[in-house]
Write a protein that binds this ligand. Sequence first.
Ligand code: PHE
Length: 347
Amino acid sequence: MQIQELQQQIDAIQIAALEAIKAASNLKELDQVRVQYLGKKGELTGLMKMIKSVPNEDKPKVGQLVNGGRTVIEEAIELAKDGLKAKELEEQLKREAVDVTLPGRTQVMGNRHVLTQIMEEIEDLFISMGYQVVDGFELETDHYNFEMMNLPQNHPARDMQDTFYINDELLLRTHTSPVQARMMEQHDFTKGPLKMISPGRVFRRDDDDATHSHQFHQVEGLVVAKDISLADLKGTLDLFAKSLFGAERETRLRPSYFPFTEPSVEVDVSCFKCGGKGCNVCKHTGWIEILGCGLVHPNVLEMAGVDHTVYSGFAFGIGADRIAMLKYGIDDIRHLYQNDVRFLEQF
Ligand code: PHE
């Protein structure tokens, strides 16, 4: 083959290769072009094989020409490769782009149940006055729930608390008062007074309606020491009422009856809605009943092994559900137990 002819063929391959390189739209296609022209069986490689059939003196020239063509194509491929890589990177970045201007996803924040909040508020207040917080048993014995609270078998006042009995001796506690007896039995009074509160669930056989529930919550309070009087109780509950319902609140004591206290009183707080003038919350009396309390009955002290001639005490039982309902204007106690998030998230 003439050198000239060879040159023409190389030119033709080069032109075709450059076209193909330009047309390659991704790296894979570009590599196919490389194989087609420069690979072992490629078109340019095929020409190199002809070197065998040319006279010796022409061989360097042929090699030079073929390699020249090869270099041109190789350089064009490298250049195209850089371009395609940049293009693919750009596409990848576009694909993976994050729009930082999009509004974030809102997280639903849970909150503590309104009753838990009230109970913790009450706990914090009494802790600040040096009370200890103790847990009691929801499953109690008749002995602690009633007998130790000065309610022997067949005592008519047992009817005040209609009871879920498990068997003759076990029951669901009807109030948190049994914790009083358990704590008095354990306490070493030579070491100082007993000051405790005990929050928890209590149970009574009741048909559920807007103001009654077969389960509700109480916070029991008990102080036993030397020389505890009704004045101590009144001062303590005054502070409690002001802390929960506002500094302007006043309290009044009304005589009442509980078997485990003597005297027994009910505590009213001046209406926090109308300030005492009379409204629908206080049923136009200006006062709202918030808890029952009294001085610990001598029988209760004695049964728990406390000498009533040396020690005296006061006790109170706060209805936490009632406090929450009053404080937040909740008109149906069942809201507290139905776990409707639309209700609960308001607090
Ligand atoms: N245990 C009483 C009740 O549930 C409340 C109370 C407690 C009253 C302590 C006086 C003293 O009704």
